[in-house]
Unconditional design. Sequence first.
Lengths: 121, 297
Amino acid sequence: MNSQRRRLLAAGIITAAGAVFGAVAFAQPKEKIIHVTARKWAFLPREIRLKKGVPVVLEFVTADVFMGFNAPDFNVRTDIIPGKVSRLRLVPDKTGTFVFLCDIFCGDGHEGMSGQIHVVA
Amino acid sequence: MQQSIDRRQFLKLAGLGGVVFASGLAGGAKFADAADADFYFVQLSDTHWGFNGPAVNPDAGGTLQKAVAAVNSLNFEPDFIVFTGDLTHTTDDPKERRRRLAEFRDIVKGLKNKNVRFMPGEHDAALDNGQAWKEFFGASYYSFDHKGVHFIAIDNVSDPAARIGGEQLAWLKSDLATQAADARIVVFTHRPLFDLYPQWDWATRDGAQAIDLLMPHKNVTVFYGHIHQEHHQMTGHIAHHSAKSLIFPLPAPGSQPKREPIRWDPAQPYRGLGFRGVDAEVQKAEYEITEYPVKKA
């Protein structure tokens, strides 16, 4: 096989792979992104409404200091670092109302910094 | 033991709801150097000096002094006294933090017994990684021995993420390596080492690693604070006992939607507040009997 044929063949494989990848990506429903801002000393929004089995991506920023998001009932947490966007994928596996909280001691009002996730069927 | 019974009877009558606590320290350990080594210590926790909230404690500026007076009035001198964290209520102002720590230190200087051990809580230490607290009280984790019992103070609050951390866990491992498997070990810490109720932040993120290190030791008891109420739980053979607060009580874990202080009841002032006395009782002598038959020569 000469070098030109090898280059053509390689280009074809790459194109095919790209087509397959694109088709798969296109076939997947886009996951809903929920933006959450943490600030001293509250999450906005405080209430997050989800559907059981429907994945979402939670995107966090902090308006001031280093904080954390922890939803113990779903065994997920992330740091929320100033100047960065933190992402957390969550697929609720149960219905009900569940607590989330800041798990980084962040100041005078830290202990009241919590919210609720409501999951419906 | 009659003396222990007297202590209990006395403490049930002590002010601020002081209670005695049968420590559960008994184990199979041998006391080669601790003849007649029964002893008694007092645990106080979560004094939150600097807290201001008349609806939950209108005597926030006087409760600590009452506790000091109550400890001083005990008929039985404790061998030592330990404060298991949240000596002060948190503040974002470093100067105010130091002022509160200084006032706390000056008030507890009124304790007649000068053998006092201190530990930080997250209210004291989490906002500056324990810097101010250490200026007043020294190392935030340490161990010491007393009458045949090995005491270990674990700091799970100076990291605002409530981690003990790799460095301290390595120290704990090396400290425990000096102890026999049947040594009597008492751990003091602020937050529960186990996941008591993470929804209210009643946990230590890497507490399971500390428990794993303690687990090979047969006789381990943990005394902690943080949750402002008595709570008793086992993780395997390790007993964990939380103490009441000296500022306001908190509800039982998960008993209501939010972790909010229980409001002051004028009809029952200081209800739910108190401190603890712990009797460490030496294992009674045990005799293993073996019967031998007479054999024909």
